[in-house]
Structures are given as C-alpha cells and as structure tokens.
Design a protein around this ligand. Structure first.
Ligand SMILES: *[C@@H]1O[C@H](CO)[C@@H](O)[C@H](O)[C@H]1NC(C)=O
Ligand SMILES: *[C@@H]1O[C@H](CO)[C@@H](O)[C@H](O)[C@H]1NC(C)=O
Ligand SMILES: *[C@@H]1O[C@H](CO)[C@@H](O)[C@H](O)[C@H]1NC(C)=O
Ligand SMILES: *[C@@H]1O[C@H](CO)[C@@H](O)[C@H](O)[C@H]1NC(C)=O
Ligand SMILES: *[C@@H]1O[C@H](CO)[C@@H](O)[C@H](O)[C@H]1NC(C)=O
Length: 256
C-alpha cells in the first residue's frame, strides 16, 4: 500500500514533466486550475471586472469577443481594470458592425494592427453619456497617435456621433456602466486611418536632418583644413620659438 502510494506520488510529477517536455505543454494550464478554483469558489473578493463576461452576457458581440481573445487584449483589460484608479470606456462594435466590413479586411490585418484596432475602441477615461458633450476632439484613445488614429465624438440632441474620418456612426446603446467602466454599443467598427488608409506624413521638419547630413560631410573637409592650418601655425610658432632659443644661446655664447 505505502509503496504504491509513494510510487504514484513520484510517477505523477514525473509523467507531467515528461509530458510537458515532449508535447510542449507549458506549466500554465495545470497551474491555473488550482488558482482559478478558490477565486471562483469564494464570492467575497469580487476581483477585476471581466469585460468579455459582460459582453457574453449581453449578447451580440461574439466577433468583438473573439478578437479580444485572439489578441489577448481581454487579459490586458482584466489587469487594467484590476487597478481601481484606471478608468475605461469601451466602444463595442456589434456582430452586425463587423459584418459590414469589407470581407477579408479583418483577416488581412497583422496581429499588431488587430491590437491597434482594438485599442482604438478604448478610451482611457470613464465617460457617462452626458460626459460626451464635454469632450474635446480628437479624443485620446489607447491607440495613441491622434494623427494616424483620430477619433472625433460630437453630440447632437440625444445622439452621440462618432467619426474616424473613414466611418461615421453613433452610440446605439449602453451595455454596462459602473464608476470605473462604461461599455457602449456602436453599429460600425471604428476604422482608423492608421490601419485602413494610412495618411502621408505631414510636411514637418522631418526632412531637415537629411539635408543636414551632407552639410556635415561638407563641413568636415573645412574642419580638416582648419586644423591643418592650425598645426601649421603651431609648427611655425614652434620653429619660431626654437629659433629664438637658438639665437639666445648664440648670443649668450657670443657674450661669454
Ligand atoms: C472572463 O470571463 C470569461 C467568460 O465568462 C472567461 O472565459 C474568462 O476566463 C474570464 N477571464 C478571467 C481573466 O477570469
Ligand atoms: C490585482 O492586483 C493585485 C496587486 O495590486 C495583485 O496582487 C493581484 O494578483 C491582481 N489580480 C489580478 C487578477 O490580476
Ligand atoms: C448624428 O447622427 C445622427 C444619426 O445617428 C444623425 O441624424 C445626425 O445628423 C448626426 N449629427 C451630426 C452632427 O453629424
Ligand atoms: C476632428 O476634430 C478636429 C478638431 O475639431 C478637426 O480638426 C478634424 O478635422 C476632425 N476630424 C474629423 C475626421 O472629423
Ligand atoms: C461623415 O459625415 C460627414 C458630415 O457629417 C460627411 O462629410 C462624410 O462624408 C461622412 N463620411 C462617411 C464615410 O460617411
């Protein structure tokens, strides 16, 4: 009995090690289950708000949820909302919003473009419907750069209108709101210029450094001439000093 128990105690971890080595299973899977257990069982600590859970419950956001999962932005949101100081507004496109996209346009995006597209739907602020009136445009999103990723939000009457320059839409419903997180339904995917129609860079001092480069090269021969001249001067003065020295010595000898 004892021997058998000991054997099984040894063989289980051994088997796991072998399995994880042979099949590339990471320790994450098995390690996660004991962690998930107590969190799910204990109702006391509510934990961070789970965005995908809210969207699942609401229904009609299957494609948005799938994109959140494949890009792992769902995990990012989970840890973002774990910080009670961080505020967030999500503009969540419905399944019919995704179906309006040109076919294949989502599949043609790289992983980082998919990530950027999602960040563009996230405003790092908690906005109630009345807050939208006070926004100044362009609105800051988590996609960053407001030149490539401009998002303008205006209100007229009860409607909150959103434009990216490529897409005009408006908020068509409130999915969820607490004091930290607001989720609104939008009926179009917000397509940013930066991904769907990259704008040429604006005329800026950017070309200046390129012009400066040849200048630098041109200036270096000048510098070489200067330093050469400098050394010539130096040599001359040295010769001069030397000759003065020779003259002094000669004079001294003459006087003796
Ligand atoms: C959030 O909820 C979804 C759906 O209920 C679940 O699959 C996922 O594991 C949850 N995420 C976290 C980090 O708990
Ligand atoms: C939430 O943050 C705390 C530290 O502030 C950390 O200990 C905890 O593991 C985090 N929980 C999750 C689910 O990320
Ligand atoms: C806002 O959107 C509504 C429809 O959603 C439209 O009737 C209205 O003209 C739009 N307003 C502006 C200022 O674009
Ligand atoms: C967004 O608003 C800014 C500031 O009002 C404006 O300059 C810009 O043209 C607007 N962009 C779009 C796409 O409406
Ligand atoms: C968005 O609305 C503006 C005016 O409100 C219009 O000039 C523009 O053509 C519209 N863009 C699209 C893509 O519908």
């Amino acid at each position: 009995m004892m021997k058998q128990q000991i054997q099984s105690l040894f063989s289980l971890p051994l088997l796991f090690i072998l399995l994880s080595h042979c099949t590339g299973i990471s320790a994450q899977g098995p390690a996660a289950s004991p962690k998930a257990g107590p969190i799910a069982d204990a109702p006391a600590p509510p934990g961070p708000t789970n965005v995908t859970k809210i969207l699942e419950k609401s229904g009609g956001f299957d494609l948005f949820i799938r994109l959140l999962k494949t890009t792992q932005v769902d995990g990012q949101l989970y840890s973002q909302l774990n910080n009670s100081d961080s505020k967030l507004t999500i503009l969540a496109p419905t399944d019919s919003a995704f179906s309006k996209l040109k076919s294949g346009s989502l599949n043609s995006l790289s992983d980082s473009q998919k990530d950027q597209l999602l960040q563009f739907h996230l405003i790092p602020d908690f906005l109630t419907m009345s807050n939208f009136q006070t926004l100044s445009n362009p609105v800051r999103t988590q996609a960053g750069d407001q030149f490539e990723f401009p998002l303008n939000i205006t209100t007229s009457g009860n409607s909150v209108n959103i434009t990216t320059g490529l897409v005009n839409t408006s908020i068509s419903g409130t999915v969820y709101t607490d004091n930290q997180l607001a989720i609104y339904q939008v009926d179009s995917v917000l397509q940013p210029y930066g991904i769907f129609a990259p704008k040429p860079l604006p005329p800026s001092p950017a070309p200046a450094p390129e012009k400066a480069k040849p200048k630098k090269k041109a200036s270096s021969p000048v510098a070489a001439v200067k330093s050469a001249a400098g050394s010539v001067v130096c040599d001359l003065s040295r010769n001069g000093l030397a000759s003065i020295g020779v003259a002094v010595v000669f004079a001294a000898v003459m006087f003796l």
